[in-house]
Design a protein around this ligand. Structure first.
Ligand SMILES: Nc1nc2c(c(=O)[nH]1)N[C@H]1C(S)=C(S)[C@@H](COP(=O)(O)OP(=O)(O)OC[C@H]3O[C@@H](n4cnc5c(=O)[nH]c(N)nc54)[C@H](O)[C@@H]3O)O[C@H]1N2
Ligand SMILES: Nc1nc2c(c(=O)[nH]1)N[C@H]1C(S)=C(S)[C@@H](COP(=O)(O)OP(=O)(O)OC[C@H]3O[C@@H](n4cnc5c(=O)[nH]c(N)nc54)[C@H](O)[C@@H]3O)O[C@H]1N2
Ligand code: SF4
Ligand SMILES: [Mo]
Length: 704
């Protein structure tokens, strides 16, 4: 029997809408939802079938029987596993209070369910991965607009100029966004790319600045200076909607284009020409503020400057600029019922200090890495349990050895995952979730110019003894006495409960896989944006009241990044278009496309070290060593070496990924608490490593 099922891809965190063709209970074809993505899908999305067929994933609940990380597991039934977890939670709750449990997830459209579980349990400590991802960009955005990172969408397809600072938008991709960039280029748009190395994105760009690592802030300051000097900004918009322009102009006075070009190692004429060009193209100019600019000590300020450059372009609520994401409310439709509306947020201080010790940070998911401190010091109170849903702290956060030391103070570690994560392998219980083709999920709202409700239906039955997350959380909540937070027992009941205020029914999703809430894109009147900016003054704040009140300067004097000592390099990293972080490394198809990572090193530097293309090299941190093949190129700054994140996995049951390539996060020793105090992001690029030819026997995969 053939059927078409509407779903959402689960191979990375973008969750592209997909159409799945199923025949006799088997997935035959996956493509992007034709109504939204015109069929496009990326390589990872196409490899969903391989994941579904792969037996190298947890096949039933597992309880640890040996020491943590020893890999001795007892396969158990769902009832036994859930009873075990509930009993442990209950014991911790009785002894230390529910706040001793931290719930973490990977963010995204369904995090509300996990948040509701956390609050229902009585713990305020809901968190996610973001201090290793977009927190600096998010907080920078809040300081300028009072709105977070997702406070705007970018109308790239209609832009005249897109500028990306280390936002490798065609490799670290979202399908819809990559398509928009290509449309913009086809329409004759300009594209400026800034990186320490050449990339898939850089080679499509119309202008490429290869900068010295860690100098983005200098470049952005130089750009602001030159924009003001050339009067290339939107005076009317600045006058109408912003505060603090004079202070900004005064601050950037010292950072002119000549200075910036020298600091970054680029040509000043190229920089000045760039500013002249955007001056003639504004307001259809978009500075991408970065997705994961949380890498250097001043990335918060670099991102803040990129937000400011957008404002100077006057690009808000215009075609080809930044637009407010429209909500169901803008279409006259009531929003979905949320799970967290069913529970009261516990009235307790968070153990990561966010909201009381760190008042300038968004209390939402807080900052995960700060819980490790609380685990060790028991300040402000003990943390004894960690439940990670769709999150692998050992690949997400640096310095795995320090994380393990902190976690050893916990009495319960649970991984709810579709794969064996590195954290899962170390934890006490693995609760295997059905992979995305084998499960349904709650309905989600996708905001945008044309908001919609969208859902994921089950395409095929689970191959193994796994369950969807909504059922896992429901069953756990039942055991812990707050099952009423999830008042449903089937997906149909869940969807009906969510949709109840909206007036829609699940049948309305049948035709296209989603419910469009409007036919035409919605734009606000650009002359009536008052009330849209959520800063204390209601204006766009170049001088941020929120920062200043918390003793953090709105403008930080520039400090040049340290040069690595002789023989050492700054370790930088990024993504491959065919892998999603670490969890696709073992995927049979994607492993074939990219079985291991390499170390990019500048050709001239490599020659001095006697390293040739393909040689094994040791990359030495403090105590950790990674061994990897060298890739020699002229297209990387000589101060940096680069690798793709996610490799060097140590789960023996993942035969393809096991010790293939090198892990960057293990080398990032000492960075777990190196947080940008202004932005909250971890400074992941502030690590110097030594590189040398490796004596390793190439036939051996692991040195035992
Ligand atoms: N050194 C270094 N550190 C980094 C980065 C880097 O480049 N270098 N990148 C940073 C960034 S940008 C991010 S976003 C984080 C990402 O950090 P992680 O949280 O590690 O993100 P993922 O690898 O996407 O996925 C986490 C887990 O979710 C599981 N998973 C995947 N699909 C599902 C599913 O459908 N259900 C369930 N239950 N689980 C699922 C995966 O198997 C994986 O174990 O890492 C950050 N940390
Ligand atoms: N295929 C694929 N796509 C993904 C993901 C994935 O895992 N796989 N993950 C998604 C996630 S969670 C995120 S956060 C985004 C991240 O998307 P991006 O923010 O685009 O992140 P990266 O791929 O890590 O690219 C970082 C780039 O920064 C460069 N860089 C290093 N130092 C500097 C510097 O000093 N200045 C500048 N200008 N550049 C520098 C690196 O060389 C690298 O090319 O990608 C998303 N998309
Ligand atoms: S970007 Fe690729 S892997 Fe990610 S959700 Fe979309 S199709 Fe899937
Ligand atoms: Mo990320």
């Amino acid at each position: 029997m053939k059927k078409t099922v509407w779903s959402m891809c689960g191979m990375c965190s973008v969750r592209c809408p997909i159409k799945v063709e199923v025949e006799h209970g088997e997935v035959k074809w996956i493509e992007g939802n034709p109504h939204i993505l015109k069929g496009s899908l990326c390589a990872k999305g196409s490899a969903g079938q391989a994941l579904q067929k792969d037996p190298e994933r947890p096949q039933q609940p597992l309880i640890r029987v040996g020491g943590r990380g020893a890999g001795k597991w007892e396969p158990v039934s769902w009832y036994t596993a859930l009873d075990y977890v509930a009993e442990k939670i209950d014991k911790i709750r009785g002894k230390y209070g529910a706040r001793a449990i931290v719930m973490s997830c990977r963010g995204g459209p369904w995090q509300d369910m996990i948040k509701a579980f956390c609050f229902g349990l009585g713990s305020p400590n809901f968190t996610n991965h973001d201090s290793a991802c977009g927190r600096n960009v998010h907080h920078a955005s809040k300081s300028v607009y009072g709105l977070g990172r997702k406070g705007f969408i970018y109308d790239i397809a209609n832009a005249k100029h897109l500028i990306c600072f280390g936002r490798n938008i065609l490799a670290s991709l979202r399908v819809a966004e990559a398509n928009q960039v290509m449309d913009m280029l086809d329409n004759g748009g300009s594209f400026t790319y800034v990186d320490v190395r050449q990339t898939l994105t850089g080679i499509k760009a119309t202008r490429f600045f290869q900068v010295r690592p860690g100098t983005d802030y200098a470049l952005a300051l130089g750009m602001i200076n030159e924009v003001i000097k050339q009067e290339a900004y939107d005076k009317e918009f600045i006058e109408r909607y912003t505060t603090g322009f004079d202070k900004l102009a005064e601050f950037v006075e010292q950072y002119d284009a000549n200075w910036a070009a020298k600091e970054c190692g680029i040509k000043v004429k190229k920089l000045k020409d760039f500013v002249t060009e955007i001056g003639s193209q504004r307001p259809k100019v978009i500075f991408h503020p970065g997705w994961m600019l949380s890498r250097y000590k001043d990335s918060f300020y670099a991102s803040r400057c990129l937000h400011i450059l957008n404002v100077l372009m006057g690009n808000i609520e215009v075609e080809g600029g930044q637009q407010f994401p429209k909500t169901p409310g803008d279409c006259g439709v009531k929003g979905l019922r949320t799970f967290s509306s069913n529970v009261k947020k516990p009235d307790e201080k968070r153990a990561d200090g966010v909201g009381w010790k760190y008042k300038h940070f968004d209390a939402g998911p807080g900052l995960f890495h700060l819980f490790y401190e609380a685990m060790v010091t028991e300040d402000p109170y003990p943390i004894k349990g960690l439940i990670c849903y769709r999150h692998d702290p050992f690949t997400c956060f640096p310095d795995v050895a320090s994380q393990k030391d902190a976690l050893d103070n916990c009495e319960l570690l649970v991984s709810i995952d579709t794969h064996y994560s590195e954290f899962g392998w170390y934890s006490d219980v693995i609760l295997p979730e059905s992979m995305y083709l084998e499960r349904e999920t709650p309905i989600a709202t996708q905001k945008g110019p044309k908001p919609r409700f969208i859902y994921r239906d089950r395409a095929i039955e689970p191959r193994f003894n796994t369950k969807p997350s909504w059922e896992i959380f429901k069953m756990l909540a039942d055991r812990l006495g707050f099952g009423d937070v999830f008042p449903f027992s089937t997906p149909e009941e869940m969807w009906a409960w969510q949709l109840e205020p909206t007036g829609y029914k699940i049948e309305d999703f049948q035709e296209k896989g989603f419910v469009p809430l409007t036919d035409k894109p919605i734009m606000y009147d650009r002359d009536k944006l008052d009330g849209k900016f959520k800063t204390p003054s209601g204006k766009i704040e170049f001088v941020s009241q929120m920062l200043e009140e918390n003793g953090i300067p709105s403008f930080k004097p520039y400090e040049s990044p340290k040069k690595p000592p002789k023989g050492r390099f700054r370790l930088v990293f990024g993504r491959s278009p065919v892998h999603a972080h670490s969890h696709t490394i073992n995927n049979p198809y994607l492993h074939e496309l990219m079985p291991e990572n390499t170390l990019w090193i500048n050709k001239r530097v490599a020659a001095r070290l006697g390293i040739e293309e393909g040689d094994w090299v040791d990359v030495v941190g403090d105590s950790q060593i990674g061994t990897i093949r060298a890739h020699l190129t002229e297209f990387i700054h000589p101060e940096a070496v680069y690798t793709v994140h996610g490799f060097g996995r140590q789960v023996p049951l993942q035969s393809r990924a096991y010790h293939a390539g090198m892990s960057d996060q293990k080398l990032q020793e000492g960075l777990l608490q190196m947080m940008d105090p202004a932005g909250g992001g971890l400074c992941l690029c502030e690590k110097f490593v030594t590189v040398r030819r490796s004596p390793r026997n190439p036939r051996r995969r692991v040195e035992l």
